[in-house]
Ligand binder design. Structure first.
Ligand code: FES
Length: 351
């Protein structure tokens, strides 16, 4: 959707030679940006669809521990022949196919200007589904296959696509990864910015050493010292003209959302799937075997079926990567079983 706003022909420059926008125009632009942002989330798969889906072999060039508790490791990836990798912009991620066949998504957290190397970082989750543990066991020289980059967390810099005048970043733990290239780009372009970096403890926060040069702009807030931060704390340093970019766990995003002004640009990426609202229990049937499985009102089809089909492919669990799409009787387009559900009737899955 393109909406053109009327722009006055002659605008007086301000004291610093910049053009001063009409206050009403600024409010309209910010409302439009917030609206466009909502549309981007509603059509997240369209955003992802602009991206590169080729499978590319890569080799791990380096592996480094990034958090004092040693639970976050970064990997430098390069093409086996040292050639150029697809370009990307801040906020992008890649799908990583591991030797076991598992696929996981990781934000790119290196420098987009480095055309021959990607950097990702992985938090080890001991009670997870095994993907992070497998990644942590990989050594330099290991080969992987990647897809992407794709960008579902697009970054618009004030003065370069955003009507905001200031940037405020909020990162929760490993949520720092997509924020790092945004922050560096803002810094390089001379855009004023602030950040709140939060997590369980300082030892759990990756890249603290790398962020040291920006210490005056960053407030580090940890649960072990101050408890779970309030919206007010998460917004420390933000202004009424800030665009807010946040990545972290669901409770942090929820808390933050309650404190963000309604007319502010608020862009976020969360770790977990969107909550199921008004779900009802239903049944799925696996076409191969005829087995019937009950999907609880608050459960995804993926989570209900996985114990019976551990080989099911999935990645983002948020409905935008497309990995979990399966055929469904009566639905020509199939279904993303991580997020899509039945309104009540039984579904026959082509698996
Ligand atoms: S796992 Fe990514 S869309 Fe379902």
């Amino acid at each position: 959707m393109n909406v053109m706003l009327p722009i006055p022909e002659k605008l007086p420059p301000d004291l610093y030679g910049r053009r001063e926008r009409d206050p009403l125009l600024r409010v309209l632009e910010r409302l439009m940006n917030a609206h466009m942002h909502s549309l981007r989330f509603l059509h997240r798969r369209d955003v992802v669809g602009e991206s590169n889906d080729r499978r590319l072999p890569v080799v791990i060039m380096a592996r480094r521990v990034e958090a004092h508790d040693e639970n976050v490791v970064s990997f430098i990836l390069a093409a086996p022949d040292g050639g150029e990798l697809p370009t990307w912009r801040a906020g992008a991620h890649i799908d990583v196919e591991m030797p076991s066949g598992r696929t996981r998504q990781y934000s790119l957290c290196g420098d987009p200007a480095d055309s021959k190397r990607y950097r990702i970082a992985v938090r080890r989750i001991p009670n997870g589904e095994g993907g992070s543990i497998e990644m942590h066991e990989l050594a330099p020289g290991s080969r992987l296959t990647i897809r992407g980059p794709r960008n579902a967390f697009a970054f618009a810099v004030p003065g370069h696509g955003s009507a905001a005048e200031h940037l405020h970043f909020v990162a929760g733990g490993i949520g720092i990864t997509p924020i790092l290239p945004m922050m560096r780009l803002a810094h390089r372009l001379g855009v004023d910015w602030s950040m709140v970096y939060t997590g369980r403890s300082k030892d759990s926060l990756p890249f603290l050493g790398e962020l040291a040069e920006f210490r005056s702009r960053i407030a580090v807030v940890t649960d072990d010292e101050g408890g779970m931060p309030s919206a007010e704390v998460l917004l420390t340093g933000s202004r009424s003209d800030s665009a807010i970019y946040a990545c972290g766990p669901m409770p942090m995003i929820d808390t933050l959302g309650k404190g963000v002004q309604a007319d502010s640009e608020f862009h976020f990426e969360r770790f977990s799937p969107p909550p199921i609202v008004n779900g009802v229990e239903f049944e799925v049937e696996l076409a191969d075997t005829g087995q019937r499985i009950t999907v609880a009102a608050n459960q995804s089809v993926l989570d209900a079926v996985k114990p019976f089909r551990p080989d099911l492919a999935y990645s983002c669990k948020q409905g935008f990567c497309g990995t979990c799409r399966v055929g469904v009787e009566g639905r020509p387009e199939g279904m993303l079983i991580c997020t899509e559900r039945s309104a009540g009737g039984r579904l026959v899955l082509d698996i």
